[in-house]
Design a protein around this ligand. Structure first.
Ligand SMILES: [Zn+2]
Ligand SMILES: [Zn+2]
Length: 556
């Protein structure tokens, strides 16, 4: 008897964390499965926990091994947490990539802005279209989100249909692009859906997220009421928001000046793809000073407090063209991503101190999330009526709440998975049947490192407890021939009594060498280890922290 083909799902990133999304579907038997990858995104490094790491991405050693079975990488949309790792990781896979026009254009613009622009081909798929990739028939269903052309993927196979929602919300008036295609999703539900793999970001928020249209209204009111200059900062990729700002500017007789490279890039792509049709041309930052204060609005990057982005430089009076004064207004049309609160807070407080009026989503409806709240999740479930729901795109709490809500809505089965769990979706009972290798990669300068790499671990320890470098020269018998050389890096100069720690460590090194038994003295490794221990315990006694210590012994 031949075993039937199995349909499997695994997440290699994006479950238990928001970011670095990567899902893999498999169809076939045992190790002979065709693989389909969905999204390949990044997670933003957190300076405090990962010093010097710019980006975190999923470890793709499993896909590298399965390269010959990989039929393609499909992108749901062009947010960094879904496509930000492609430039770094695609060279390891060299698989075909499929995306709709806006995502493909934004990706091309991103590649072009690299120092050595990589050539990575993307095949454009029409929104609403279907492509056949090996045994997978992948249908791109439009959904509303905070970037143009977000798509849920209906993955049709011989075993059944899976709906991979991607990032979505329900917004009947999204300003640009198509609203979530309820009709098509209901049809899928009528035909039967095996599993729903769904966005859990806002699963703890009751109700429905407001529409982009309401945000646009608020921004127009604020801009009309503003007396001086206005600066609006938002995620550059939120083209609906850029359009809302442009419309508000038009309604209040202001010219839009675009400030920041990422913003210029998205504006250009949005023009090319028709999403800013009918909107008057924006001006470059050079023109900012040419307009009277109440005739200009600056559309800026930097909503997350990024130190080199436009808003941060403007706030520090460090921008060559754009300045703000007392009485001007800054609108944060954005949400602060966890981890960025401090840098955003510093900018806001700096602006307020200068007399600038700051408006955020805490007091005004100047931002809405692009993810579904609980009533929207309930709608999706009632349309699609899946046999199984696997919550993704969320931290543990979000996944848990999404699963609970699904069961309350009558979904027969829910599963919370960890990165690397290989789930059999069908035929028969769904279950975790294997573990795939998973993990994280760090982008450290120009180098991709395993998350267990020495460099990051050592930098973390260095940043916390400094390092003592000791160099000594000894004779063959192991006696000091000179004074030890010390460099204490990141260690306080004096102890609580005001004594120099340098001097104390110096004495400890000399005493340790002099008091070593003869046999140990002749063994440089043993001597180094004794010195290292003595120095660490001495620094700990005087400072209260265990430092790193490196000892170099030169036998002369
Ligand atoms: Zn996302
Ligand atoms: Zn997104």
């Amino acid at each position: 008897m031949t075993r039937p083909d199995e349909l499997t799902f695994a997440s290699l990133g994006g479950v238990g964390e928001i970011g670095m999304n990567l899902s893999i579907y498999g169809l076939g038997k045992g190790n002979q499965r065709s693989r389909l990858a969905v999204d390949l995104g990044v997670y933003f490094g957190d300076e405090e926990h990962l010093p010097g790491i710019d980006l975190v991405m999923p470890d793709i050693k499993f896909l590298e091994k399965e390269k010959k079975n990989l039929v393609g990488l499909v992108l749901t949309h062009a947010h960094e947490d879904h496509f930000g790792a492609i430039i770094d990781l695609w060279p390891k896979l060299k698989c075909p990539i499929y995306a709709t026009q806006f995502s493909a254009s934004l990706f091309a613009a991103k590649c072009a802005s690299e120092r050595n622009p990589p050539k990575i081909p993307v095949t454009v798929v029409p929104s609403g279209g279907t492509i056949q990739l090996g045994p997978f028939s992948v249908e791109f269903i439009p959904v509303a989100h905070s970037i143009p052309e977000s798509h849920a993927l209906a993955i049709h196979t011989s075993v059944g249909t899976v709906l991979h929602t991607g990032d979505w919300k329900i917004d009947p008036t999204p300003i640009i692009g198509k609203p979530t295609d309820e009709r098509r999703l209901r049809e899928l539900g009528d035909q039967g859906v095996l599993a729903l793999i769904g966005d859990s970001t806002n699963a703890v928020r009751e109700g429905r997220s407001p529409s982009e249209m309401e945000v646009a209204k608020t921004i127009t009111e604020l801009m009309k009421a503003a007396k001086g200059r206005v600066a609006v900062t938002t995620f550059a990729s939120n083209v609906a928001r850029l359009r809302a700002v442009a419309d508000a500017a038009e309604a209040s007789g202001r010219e839009v000046v675009v400030v920041g490279r990422a913003m210029e890039r998205v504006v250009q792509v949005a023009r090319e793809t028709g999403y800013l049709e009918g909107v008057r041309a924006f001006r470059s930052a050079d023109y900012y000073g040419h307009f009277p204060a109440d005739k200009v609005v600056a559309l800026c990057t930097g909503s997350q407090g990024e130190p080199r982005a436009a808003l941060s430089r403007i706030a520090n009076s460090d921008h060559p063209q754009v300045t703000l004064n007392k009485g001007d207004t800054v609108i944060f049309s954005s949400r602060t991503i966890p981890g960025n609160e401090k840098s955003v807070g510093t900018i806001i407080n700096g602006l307020v101190t200068q007399g600038v009026e700051v408006i955020t989503d805490r007091t005004h409806l100047v931002h809405v999330s692009g993810h579904p709240r609980r009533d929207e999740l309930r709608d999706m479930i009632s349309w699609v009526r899946p046999q199984l729901l696997i919550p993704v795109h969320g931290e543990a709490l979000h996944l848990h709440e999404h699963a609970k809500l699904a069961r309350a809505c009558g979904v027969p089965k829910t599963m919370i998975v960890k990165a690397g769990d290989l789930v059999r979706l069908g035929p028969g009972d769904s279950a975790v049947i294997d573990q795939l290798p998973s993990g994280r990669l760090y982008k450290d300068g120009a180098i991709l490192e395993d998350s267990k790499s020495r460099a990051v671990t050592e930098r973390k320890r260095l940043s916390f407890a400094g390092c003592a470098f000791i160099a000594i020269a000894v004779s063959e018998k192991g006696d000091l021939v000179n004074d030890p050389e010390l460099d204490l890096v990141g260690i306080p100069e004096k102890n609580v009594k005001g004594e120099l720690i340098d001097d104390i460590v110096f004495d400890v090194v000399v005493n340790t060498v002099e008091n070593l038994p003869k046999a140990r003295k002749r063994d440089p490794d043993a001597m180094a280890e004794s010195i290292r221990r003595a120095v660490r315990s001495c620094v700990s006694e005087h400072w209260g922290k265990k430092t790193l210590c490196y000892v170099h012994i030169l036998t002369v």
